[in-house]
Design a protein around this ligand. Sequence first.
Ligand code: SF4
Length: 96
Amino acid sequence: MSTSQTVTVRLARNRFLLDEEESHIEIDQELCRSTGTGKRLVAVCPAGVYTEREDGTIDAEYAACLECGTCLAVAAPGALRWHYPRGGFGVAFREG
Ligand code: SF4
């Protein structure tokens, strides 16, 4: 089994409880674009939460977030608002 297959299998053991009323990730599109934050978010997120559209808009599929905090480390101040999901929501590791 390759390393990427191993990672995929291990990630599949996680369980995600989606908070459909509140996203724990908010993006300031203007700041993201002007500071280059968007491309960094796409590059560093291990869960592939961020994608960039052709027009440069960044989308966040927050349901897949592993709550690692890496995106906060690369985002310019104000470009990203991230907090842990509300109690009971988010990722539960190795539940499978
Ligand atoms: Fe991706 Fe980690 Fe940021 Fe979640 S906290 S969006 S998994 S980089």
